[in-house]
Design a protein around this ligand. Structure first.
Ligand code: PLP
Length: 399
């Protein structure tokens, strides 16, 4: 029996709502289910305004248009992230300034940001890696002082929270001027491909709708606010079909149940490894700062070196378990390497080489998870013994 890395979970209502959308005959964008999803998520998490998009990538592209990124503008973001975080701004001619990651967590090092700010800096894009909040007070303070926009890449961060210095707990994606979510099938709440732009600075609300609807004021027209609609700005087709929104609605309705199960799985991993892998084997376990919550988007381990990670992944594979790693730091990517002028980002590069993700999905059974846990612990049992061998023997083993 093989254990995949991910398996998209269907609640059972997806096809029902999609059928309803089809049956109603209203299947283009901004229909009944789009509105239902937007309202539900806005109210549940306290966003200013929500617009569903066809992906988080699209939501980020909308954000870049909204803050009026021009060629030469600088945008600060972590190097350890998915390509879309960067592409959205590159497409508008921005220069990306990559920040290093934190030593205790793959998220970007908030204390390194101020040194990266120049006269051309327009925005900071914090990525809430694994759904764990960046230190938003530090980031919003910088944004205030230097007059910058903050666009949260909250692709992984649905149902996750940040508690500020003032003690107020806020949903991730509700803090920056704008925030982008993903409903890709690898995320907690899914629609195959899908995303959402959360607009918290309501100055952007009207223009966001226009950009969303191909640069037209169609939304305002259908609300009866203008008597004809036409081309008023740049834009694109960022809105998903209502069939996709219908699928998403089945997920959104079930968010509590989905999250409950994912957190249980996450805690099982952590309770099984805590005190063993970190103490005996020097494996770094996921860290959740006090101000952050955990939405159980991902369970990862950080090995001590690349060789150890490779051997661990091979060992799991022999047991039929698919574990994966990700994010070649963007400043080292084929596309960006020769454009990169910044410093070496050692911490970010170490996560590219040492981090491994274990299977975590709703339908992972207790038996399957036990098997994964056993396999990891077994690997580290023998791996430590190898490590204890004499230097010469170790060299032989590793060659
Ligand atoms: C998944 C992800 C994206 C892209 O999301 P899509 O919906 O696939 O466009 C962007 N940023 C991060 C951090 C992600 O994890």
């Amino acid at each position: 029996m093989k254990i995949p890395f991910n398996k998209p979970y269907m609640t059972g209502k997806e096809a029902h709502y999609m059928y309803d959308a089809v049956h109603t005959g209203k299947i283009s964008g901004n229909g009944k289910y789009t509105k239902k999803c937007q309202k539900y998520l806005k109210e549940l998490f306290g966003f200013g305004k929500c617009l569903l998009t066809t992906s988080c990538t699209d939501a980020l592209e909308m954000a870049a248009i909204l803050i009026d990124i021009k060629p030469g503008d600088e945008v600060i973001m972590p190097s350890y992230t998915f390509v879309s975080t960067s592409n959205a701004f590159i497409l508008r001619g921005a220069k990306i300034i990559f920040a290093d990651s934190r030593k205790d967590h793959p998220g970007m090092d908030e204390d390194s940001l101020e040194d990266l700010i120049t006269e051309r800096t327009k925005a900071i894009v914090p990525v809430h890696y694994a759904g764990v909040a960046c230190h938003m007070d530090k980031i919003m303070d910088l944004a205030d002082r230097y007059n910058l926009f903050v666009i949260e890449d909250a692709a992984q961060a649905i149902d996750s929270y940040y508690t500020g210095r003032n003690g107020i707990k806020k949903a991730l994606g509700s803090i920056g001027h704008l925030a982008a979510f993903s409903f890709h099938e690898t995320k907690n709440i899914i629609s195959g491909e899908g995303g959402m732009l959360a607009i918290n600075d309501l100055h952007f609300a009207e223009r966001a709708e226009i950009i969303w609807e191909k640069g037209t004021n169609r939304s305002a027209f259908f609300r009866g606010e203008v008597d004809k609609y036409g081309w008023v700005d740049i834009g694109s087709s960022f809105l998903p079909s209502d069939i996709i929104a219908a699928f998403l609605y089945a997920q959104v309705e079930n968010i509590e149940n989905i999250q409950c199960k994912r957190k249980e799985l996450w805690n099982n991993y952590n309770n099984s490894f805590c005190g063993i892998l970190d103490k005996v084997n020097k494996v770094q376990l996921p860290f959740v700062p006090e101000y952050a919550s955990n939405n159980a988007h991902m369970y990862y381990l950080i090995c001590s070196n690349a060789r150890e990670r490779e051997k661990l992944i091979d060992h799991l594979k022999t047991d039929g378990i698919l574990a994966v790693f990700h994010y070649l730091s963007l400043h080292k990517s084929k596309f960006y390497e020769d454009k990169y002028e910044g410093e070496k980002l050692e911490v970010s590069e170490s996560y590219s080489d040492y981090l491994v993700r274990l299977p975590l999905f709703y339908e992972l059974t207790e038996m399957e998870q036990d098997k994964i846990i056993k396999s990891v612990l077994e690997f580290y049992n023998t791996y430590s013994i190898e490590e204890d061998n004499t230097h010469s023997l170790r060299r032989k083993v590793y060659k």
